[in-house]
Design a protein around this ligand. Structure first.
Ligand code: 6GU
Length: 257
C-alpha cells in the first residue's frame, strides 16, 4: 500500500513513522510512505503558499495553486506507475470522525493521499476539486493535519496483510470485538504487594476466558456505556429456559389461563 502525505512539514511524517511496527513494514516494502512538500509546487517567486482570507478574520489560508499542483503531480505519478487515481483525504476537524471501520475500508485501497492543512485551512475551491474524503480524528483542535494523518496511517496499516505478525494480529484488543480490553499481567506474580488474579494462574482456559469477558464487560459498561449498549444489542444475553415436563405441577398463574 502506498501512502502519500502532502504537507508543509514533511519531516514530521518521515521522522515519526519510521519506527516500530510501521517502520518494519516500510523496511519490508509492505507499505510505502512518501511525504511531499507542498511548498515545492508554489509558483510564487517568494515561495509563499498562504494569504489573507477574503471577508477578513484572523489567520492565513493556504492558497489553491500549490495544493492543486502538488496533488496533481502525485496523482500523475500514481497513474504513470499503472495504478488508478487515488482517494484524497483532507485531514480536518470539520470532517467525519475516523474509526476502526473506516480504517479497514481505507486499507483496501492501493494508494491514499492525505492532504494536511496548516494555518486556518485551505481555499475551499481546491478542496472541491481534489478531495474525496473529509476526515477528523476527534472533537478537539490541533495545529495541523500531520499528527492526525499519522494516526490514521498507523491504524490503516494494521489492516494491511503482513504488517502485523501472527501474534500481534491475534491479540484481543479494544474495539476488535466492540469491547474494551481486559486487564493483563506478566511476571512477577506479586509486585508492590499486588497479586496477579488467582484465576489467571489456574491453567483453566475456559474459566480464564470467562473472567476476561466479565472484566471487559464491566470496564466497558463503566467507561464507555455507548459501546456497552451497542455490544449488548448485538449480543443479547442468552436466557436458558428450563424445559418443564407436562407431568410437573402447573405454575401458580397457569391455572387461571
Ligand atoms: Cl484531522 N486536523 C486538525 N487540525 N485538528 C484535528 C483533527 C484534524 N482532528 C481532530 N482535531
Amino acid at each position: 500500500m502506498y501512502f502519500h502525505v502532502l504537507t508543509l512539514f514533511p519531516e514530521m511524517i518521515t521522522n515519526s513513522l519510521n519506527m516500530s511496527i510501521i517502520g518494519r513494514a516500510v523496511e519490508k516494502d509492505i507499505i510505502s510512505l512518501e511525504a511531499v512538500q507542498i511548498r515545492d509546487y508554489t509558483l510564487d517567486k517568494h515561495n509563499k503558499v498562504d494569504d489573507y482570507t477574503y471577508g477578513g478574520g484572523a489567520g492565513m489560508l493556504m492558497q489553491a495553486q500549490p495544493v492543486y499542483d502538488c496533488c496533481e503531480a502525485v496523482q500523475k505519478s500514481i497513474e504513470s506507475a499503472g495504478r488508478k487515481r487515488s482517494r484524497v483525504i483532507y485531514v480536518t476537524p470539520g470532517g467525519y470522525t475516523f474509526n476502526q471501520t473506516m480504517a479497514q475500508e481505507f486499507s483496501e485501497e492501493e494508494d491514499l493521499i492525505f492532504l494536511c492543512g496548516h494555518y486556518e485551512g485551505i481555499d475551499e475551491r481546491v478542496l472541491e476539486e481534489v478531495v474525496t474524503d473529509y476526515v477528523s480524528i476527534g472533537d478537539y483542535v490541533l495545529t495541523g493535519g500531520e499528527l492526525p494523518a499519522m494516526v490514521m496511517i498507523d491504524c490503516i496499516s494494521r489492516f494491511v496483510p503482513g504488517v502485523l505478525s501472527n501474534s500481534e494480529s491475534a491479540m484481543t484488543e479494544s474495539f476488535s470485538d466492540g469491547l474494551l480490553e481486559y486487564p493483563q499481567y506478566t511476571r512477577p506474580e506479586e509486585w508492590h504487594g499486588k497479586k496477579v488474579p488467582e484465576i489467571l494462574l489456574s491453567g483453566h482456559h475456559a474459566n480464564v476466558e470467562k473472567w476476561r469477558l466479565e472484566q471487559s464487560l464491566e470496564k466497558t459498561k463503566r467507561i464507555r456505556p455507548d459501546l456497552y449498549d451497542s455490544y449488548m444489542e448485538a449480543h443479547p444475553p442468552v436466557i436458558k429456559k428450563k424445559r418443564r415436563k407436562s407431568t410437573q405441577k402447573p405454575l401458580a398463574n397457569e391455572e387461571t389461563l
